[in-house]
Design a protein around this ligand. Structure first.
Ligand SMILES: Nc1ncnc2c1ncn2[C@@H]1O[C@H](COP(=O)(O)OP(=O)(O)OP(=O)(O)O)[C@@H](O)[C@H]1O
Length: 367
């Protein structure tokens, strides 16, 4: 893991990208820093601009505005092939007619590194990705996971200043994806390489990265550690994009003397009631995460009352789906779950509930 106070290695300042035509810019104004040895994930839905940003870092696209520096050197003046950046694409992009050895050696040849130096580096790269013994194979005689590792070795063999990973796991099946995820993270720890990975998979980003930049619509919405992004999401979008399952948002309304969610009763804590009151009667959105919910025997502060809809056994525990009017929330329990149609009181087991402005999606503070 990168030192918290390690110096910035990659600095991105106010980068904007307009592909031309009548469309909106793919990147509006993106500023980010990546510390030396850090693993950053660019996380966001399809079309948010993450691949565009990766391509601009690599030099495969040019920014319309803004600046970038790698290891203190402005990147603008450095042509792509001299940037010392290793890239692994989603498709691996291996040369199908070349052996594993030749695929890995290719980048060295291009840089004029030959002979013993090249042999040693190829061996080191094969060793790093645990592919010793497979150097003579052709790519089509390798599994998806092994091809992925050849692509990694090919990026690492040039001893890059920066490693870029573009959705590196998306072509792998679910089981392999989890194990390669761990392999890549271990490799990163071992060689301490500064890494930027693009992914739309929040679980991948949260489990692999030191920090995550959550992107939407050409902007970075939040750039922080996975823990902070999960515990303190800056906006409703971030809250509903991370977590398994992600947070769900429920509008809280004032109903006469009390409060309601989707037509069912809700008893807020005193501080939450004060925060709601400060919105001048406007409803607020309450963000709920399943892991902060539990069943309670009766209504009380920070409880919601709903009706059990269904439940699923998830091995050792159940996830009970409770209806609150038209909304559904999933409540975990280790006890035998309540039955369909039963009234259930759910406690929001959280010191600091997540509240958002329904118009802007911004976080609403409360004490
Ligand atoms: N070469 C291009 N010419 C014009 N528009 C482009 C080009 N490449 C990307 N775009 C547009 O820029 C926006 C951002 O695309 P980008 O590929 O960076 O998003 P992304 O977040 O990586 O999405 P995905 O996960 O689907 O790859 C999209 O609206 C896309 O249509």
């Amino acid at each position: 893991m990168a030192e918290k106070h390690a110096p910035d290695h990659l600095v991105i300042q106010k980068v904007m990208k307009h592909y031309g035509g009548g469309g909106e810019p793919a990147l509006k104004s993106v500023s980010l820093n990546v510390r030396k040895g850090e693993f950053l994930a660019l996380l966001g839905p399809s079309g948010c601009g993450k691949t565009t940003l990766l391509k601009i870092i690599a030099g495969l696209e040019k920014a319309t505005e803004g600046e970038m520096a790698l290891a203190g050197e402005g990147l603008d003046a450095i042509p792509t092939y001299r940037r010392d950046i290793g890239i692994v694409f989603q498709s691996y992009a291996l040369f199908p007619h070349m052996t594993v050895d030749a695929n890995i050696r290719f980048g060295l040849d291009m840089r004029g590194i030959k002979g013993k130096e090249a042999d040693d580096r190829v061996e080191e790269a094969l060793d790093l990705v645990k592919l010793d013994g497979l150097s003579g194979r052709m790519p089509n005689a390798l599994s998806g996971g092994q091809q992925q590792r050849v692509a990694l070795a090919r990026a690492l063999v040039i001893r890059p200043k920066l490693l870029l990973l573009d959705e590196p796991l998306s072509n792998l099946d679910a089981v392999l994806r989890k194990s390669v995820r761990v392999d890549i993270r271990e490799l990163h720890e071992r060689i301490g390489l500064t890494t930027v990975m693009v992914t739309h998979d929040q679980e991948e980003a949260m489990s692999m990265a030191d920090r995550v930049a959550v992107m939407a619509n050409g902007y970075v919405l939040q750039h922080d550690t996975p823990e902070t992004i999960y515990e303190h999401p800056a906006s409703a979008f971030v809250a509903t994009f991370v977590g398994s399952p992600p947070a769900i948002l429920l509008p809280v309304e004032k109903t006469g003397e009390g409060y309601g969610i989707g037509g069912t009763a809700f008893t807020p804590s005193r501080s939450l009631a004060a925060a709601i009151a400060m919105q001048n009667g406007k409803p607020v959105l309450l963000g709920l995460r399943s892991d902060r919910l539990s069943f309670a025997d009766e209504a009380g502060p920070l409880t919601i009352t709903g009706e059990v809809h269904s439940s699923e056994y998830i091995g050792g525990s159940w996830l009970v789906h409770v209806a609150l009017g038209e909304h559904r929330i999933a409540v975990p329990t280790r006890e035998r779950p309540p039955q369909f149609g039963e009234v259930a009181h759910i406690r929001i087991d959280e010191a600091e509930p997540l509240l958002f402005d329904p118009d802007t999606g911004a976080r609403v503070a409360h004490s």
